[in-house]
Design a binder for this molecule. Structure first.
Ligand SMILES: *Cc1c(COP(=O)(O)O)cnc(C)c1O
Length: 222
C-alpha cells in the first residue's frame, strides 16, 4: 500500500478516536516508525506529510539520517544502550526510552543541548518489557532534577500484547495518572506534558486515553 493511502486511514482513525473522547486532533502527533523499512519508504512518508520519524536502533537511525538528514524530527524509541548515546545524541530531538540513571548520566554528559525525554514505564509488568515500574517513577524524576540536559517531556509505555482491550486501556490510564502525579511535583526540568503510547494495533485506544504521541510502524509504512 502507498503511504498516502495508509496515512489517510490513520488520520481518519485519529479523528474518530478524538471525537469519541472529546479531544482536539491537533494534540495528537504521529511518529512514523520506520525501523522495518528502507530510507526510500521513509522518504515516501515524509513526502506524504509525516514530520516525525522513529527508529529503535542506532544503526537504523544513522543509516536513515545519512539519507534524510534533518528533514524529519528524529525520535529514538527503542531500548538504548549507554555506549550508543554518543552516536545518536546530536541527531535526535526526542528519546522515548529513558529507563535508568546510568543512561540519564550518559545523556547529561554527551548532550550539547537539552534533550526531550520520555520516561519508559513498564505499566503492564510483563517481564519482556523494558522500563521502570510505576512505583519507581516519582523518585526517578526527583533524582533527575539536577540533570539540566534532560527534559522529562512525558511518559512512554507499551501495552501488553493481548486481545483484551480493557487490559490495554487500563495500562494507558495508569500511565496518564502517573503523569498527573509527576506534574504535581512541579520540578523545573519535568514538565511531563506528553504521553507516548499507542502503536498500530492499539493507537485508537491510546488516543481515547490521552496519548499525545502515537508510534506507528506496520499500519503506516509496513
Ligand atoms: C516497533 C515499535 C513501534 C511500532 O510498532 P507497530 O506495531 O509496527 O506500529 C512502536 N513503538 C516501539 C517502541 C517500537 O519498537
Amino acid at each position: 500500500m502507498k503511504v498516502t493511502h495508509n496515512l489517510k486511514n490513520i488520520h481518519e482513525k485519529i479523528i474518530e478516536a478524538c471525537q469519541k473522547s472529546g479531544r482536539n486532533p491537533e494534540e495528537v502527533k504521529l511518529v512514523a516508525v520506520t525501523k522495518y523499512v528502507s530510507s526510500e519508504r521513509a522518504l515516501e512518508a515524509l513526502d506524504a506529510g509525516v514530520v516525525h520519524l522513529g527508529e529503535n536502533r542506532d544503526e537504523g537511525l544513522l543509516a536513515k539520517w545519512e539519507v534524510l538528514k534533518n528533514r524529519p524530527t528524529w525520535h529514538f524509541i527503542g531500548s538504548l544502550q549507554t555506549r550508543k548515546v554518543k552516536a545518536i545524541i546530536d541527531i535526535v530531538e526526542y528519546i522515548h526510552s529513558l529507563d535508568r540513571m546510568t543512561l540519564a548520566d550518559e545523556i547529561q554528559k554527551r548532550a550539547s543541548n537539552p534533550i526531550k525525554c520520555f520516561i519508559q514505564v513498564n505499566v503492564s509488568g510483563e517481564e519482556s518489557k523494558h522500563g521502570i515500574t510505576p512505583s519507581e517513577a516519582l523518585d526517578f524524576v526527583r533524582a533527575l532534577s539536577g540533570h539540566d540536559k534532560i527534559i522529562v517531556d512525558g511518559l512512554m509505555t507499551m501495552a501488553p500484547l493481548t486481545e483484551d482491550e480493557e487490559r490495554i486501556r487500563h495500562c494507558f490510564k495508569e500511565l496518564k495518572s502517573l503523569r498527573e502525579e509527576i506534574q504535581q511535583l512541579h520540578i523545573e526540568n519535568s514538565p511531563c506534558k506528553e504521553l507516548s503510547m499507542g502503536m498500530s494495533n492499539d493507537f485508537h485506544i491510546a488516543i481515547e486515553e490521552g496519548a499525545t504521541f502515537v508510534r506507528i510502524g506496520t499500519a503506516l509504512v509496513g
